[in-house]
Design a binder for this molecule. Sequence first.
Ligand code: MG
Length: 401
Amino acid sequence: MSADRVEMPHNAVSAVIDRRYREGRIGRFRSAVTLVTGTGAVNVGAMSDASPNPAAFSCPVPLARQEEIQMAHGGGGRLTQQLIDRVFAPAFHNPALDARHDGALLSAPPSGLRLAFTTDSHVVSPLFFPGGDIGALAVHGTVNDLAMCGARPKWLSAGFILEEGLPIATLERAVASMGAAARAAGVEIVTGDTKVVERGKGDGLYVNTAGVGWIEHGLTIAPTSVRAGDIVLLSGDVGRHGMAILAQREGLAFESPIESDSAPLWPAVEALLAAGIAVHCLRDLTRGGLATAVIEIAEAAGLAMALDETAVPVSEPVRGACEILGLDPLYVANEGRFVAFVPAAQADAALAIIGKTAPGGPPARIGEVRPAPAGQVTLRSVVGVERVLDRLSGEQLPRIC
Ligand code: MG
C-alpha cells in the first residue's frame, strides 16, 4: 500500500493528518516494510493485502484471468457455480446451505418465543486491517445487533457485491474469515447471493448480512424500557476500531499499533440474562461511538443521561492518536463494545458479569439515567466541567464498517 495513493476524498480528518505529518508529530509509512520495521507489529502479508483496490495488490506472478472475478461469476452460470463450489460452500457449509435451494428452510422458535431480525451492509475500506477484515466484521456487525435486541443469533444471510477484477484469493480470504467468525459466534450462514459489477464501479468487495435470532426471555430490551435511576455500564475501552481503520487507510504509524476490537457480544448478553439481570437496554457502539449511542437512547427513551468522562476507559494508544488528530474517542467507532442500561440495584452484579464475559475489559460504570431534560446527555469532563453532548454534524470517519 502506498501512502501516495489517497483512497478517500480528503476530508477534515485527512487535512489534520497532513498537517500533523508536516509538523513531524506522526509518521507515515511509504511501504509495508517501513511500517513493519518501524513498529514490529504488523506483518507484511496483512499490509500488502490491506488495500481494497485490486489494482494495488502486489503478487509475485501475474494473476491468470480466471483467478480474478469476471462478470460471468455473477451471471448464474457455470462460473457462478464454480465460485460457490470453490469459495462459499467450503467456508460456510451447513445443512440449510448445502440443500442449494432458493432459500433456507429453518425451524421456528419454540412456541411463544419472539424473533429478532436485522440487516447491515459492510463497505469498510481497506478490506483487511489490524484486528479484523470485512468478512469477520460482516458477521460481528449483524450478530451484535441481534445480541443488542437480547436475541440469540441463529442464522445469517450473506450478499456479496464483487468488483470485476477482484482477485479470487482475496475473496477466499475474506470468506474464510467470515466462516470462522460465524462458527465462533454460533451462527450459520444459511443463504446468500453474489453479484458482480464492472471494473471501476465497485471497490473490490461489499458484503451485506441479515440475521435472525431467538429471544428466549420475556424482557423487552429496548430504549423504551430505560428508566430514570438506571445505571449506564460500558463493556470495555472505546475507540479501537475507528482508529485502527484510520491508521491503516491513511498509512499512519503510531508508536503502539492499534487493533480493531471487532468481536461478538452475545456471550456477555447471554450471561447477563442467565444471571437474571433485568436488562433494560443494550446498544453496540458502532458508527458515532459511545456518545452517539447514548444520545440516541436518551432521545428514544425521552430521558436524560449524565456521563462521567473520567470513568470511560480509553487505551493509551487510542487516546494519543485521537489527541494528535483532534478526534474525540467518545465519537470513534467500535465493533465489539456495548453499553447496558440496568436497574441500580443490579448494577454491581451486571458489571461483574460483563467483566468476565465481554471482550475489551475491564468494564466501567460510566453514568446514570435522570428523569429530565428529555433527550439530553451531559458529560462531566476530566476537569469537572459539565457539557452537553451532541451528534456529530458530519461524517468523522467514512467507510469504517
Ligand atoms: Mg447496532
